[in-house]
Every structure is written in C-alpha cells, then in structure tokens.
Design a protein around this ligand. Sequence first.
Ligand SMILES: NC(=O)c1ccc[n+]([C@@H]2O[C@H](COP(=O)([O-])OP(=O)(O)OC[C@H]3O[C@@H](n4cnc5c(N)ncnc54)[C@H](O)[C@@H]3O)[C@@H](O)[C@H]2O)c1
Length: 245
Amino acid sequence: MFRLDEKVALITGAAGGIGRKIAHTLYEQGAYLALTDMNEEGLKALKAEFGDHVEYFVANLGNADAVKQLVADVEEKFGRIDILVNNAGLTRDNLFIRMSDEEWQLVLDVNLSAGFKLARAVVRGMMKRRYGRIIGMASVVGVMGNAGQANYSASKAGMIAMNKCLAQEVGSRGVTVNSIAPGFIRTPMTDVLPDDVKAALLAKIPEQKLGEAQDIANVVAFLASDEAQYITGQTIHVNGGMAMI
Ligand SMILES: NC(=O)c1ccc[n+]([C@@H]2O[C@H](COP(=O)([O-])OP(=O)(O)OC[C@H]3O[C@@H](n4cnc5c(N)ncnc54)[C@H](O)[C@@H]3O)[C@@H](O)[C@H]2O)c1
C-alpha cells in the first residue's frame, strides 16, 4: 500500500525535522526525491543518507526568482514533478501590537506565497499528465489561532484556504490538493521547551505526548499515494486530539 514508485517528489524545507522524515518515508515507498532548503549543509548531509534518484537544490523561498529557478532546475533534472510537498516554514513570533511589517511579511512570503508560486509552477504539468499531488504543511494554529503568532497563523490559514481553491480548480484533472495540520511535534525546537511549559502543553493533549515527525510523514505518504485519490481539498489534523476539528 501507498507505493510511490518512480514518482518525482519535490519537498521544501527538506533539511528540517519534519522534512527529513518526509524524504525518508517517500523514498522508502519508491519515490525519486528533489530536496530543497536554504540550508545547504543540511541538504548535503541528507542526500548522503540515500542512494540513487535523489538530488538537492539550494533555494531561498523568500526570493521569487529563486522559486521560479527551482522548478526549472528540478524539471531539468527529473523531467517532471508528480508530488509537491510545501513543507518549508518559519516563525517570527511577536505580540500583535509589537509585530513589525518585516516579521509579518517574511512569514507570509515563505510560508504562503512561496507555496503558491511553487504550486502554480508545477500544476500545469500535473494537469497535462492527469496526475499530481500537492500537499501543504499547515498547522493547528492556522485553525485555532495562537497568541503571539498572528503572522504564522495567518500564513497557515492561508495555506489551507489556498489549497481548497486549487483543489476545486484541478479536481477533474487527476490532481489532488490537501493540507496537513500538525499539532505539537517533537523537534529540536520543542525539545528545548522548559519542563513546566511542556507539562502545560501535555495537559491539553488527550494522547499525553507530543507527536513525532514520522506521524506527519506517514500522512504525507498516504496523501501522495493512489490510495488517497478520492481525498482532495481536505485538512488532515495530526495532533493527538488537542483540537478535534
Ligand atoms: N514542529 C512542529 O511542532 C510543527 C507544528 C505545526 C506545523 N509545523 C510546520 O511543519 C513544517 C516543518 O517544520 P519543522 O518542525 O520541520 O521545522 P524546521 O525548522 O526543522 O524545518 C523548516 C525548514 O524550512 C527551511 N526554511 C525556512 N525558511 C526558508 C526559506 N526562506 N527558504 C528555504 N527554506 C527555508 C529551514 O531551513 C528548515 O530546514 C513547517 O511548515 C512548520 O510550520 C511544524
């Protein structure tokens, strides 16, 4: 089940905690990988963990020209893109009244606008070939909101809505477009949270534990597969029950 043999997957934010797991999981299912991130060292190390049919592409998704060039480079190398995983993301948290224009704009540019530009660039080919999977990494806070994260939450809510619109436009062409909304996932970022903050978080999670990057990667593999062909425009919440939406 969930085989992805010879499907070409472009994964953004591939050098990050969740991106790395997505890469390994799709590769195990037979996919060819185009890994991208702005972290060149991370990409180099990640590529070394794989065999054939894996290449990396360094790109800063905050730069519109770099986004355009990225798709051209991947298509030149692999001939096509079958699966796009818009996973790259960043935070610049601040209280609403203190949030600068720069903090707002950077988060929207990377988390939302880059995903739009990438999806727009790859979807034409997907429609022609009557096959495609676009998967966006949203967040539970894109639905619930979170104090101090107006920029980040807006970008994730935007991702969810954008994907629903695209799903409606391309559903008849064999292309599905979905979002995944992780809750709190165990990453280097959450590992360093103080114990009392962790305890307060866990108290709100029925499963009483943080999620693992693998929990997210499993859903990416499913949504990318033929078995998920009748699922589009959806948001899959992976949060241990902390929000039941
Ligand atoms: N970790 C969590 O608990 C959690 C929860 C909800 C949603 N998410 C989302 O999951 C995705 C992956 O998160 P993660 O936990 O792996 O974070 P991470 O910080 O480990 O990985 C994010 C990756 O994106 C890359 N990136 C950031 N800005 C970039 C830019 N301008 N150009 C290119 N690459 C850029 C980083 O270099 C990094 O490798 C993000 O979209 C994040 O918002 C994470």
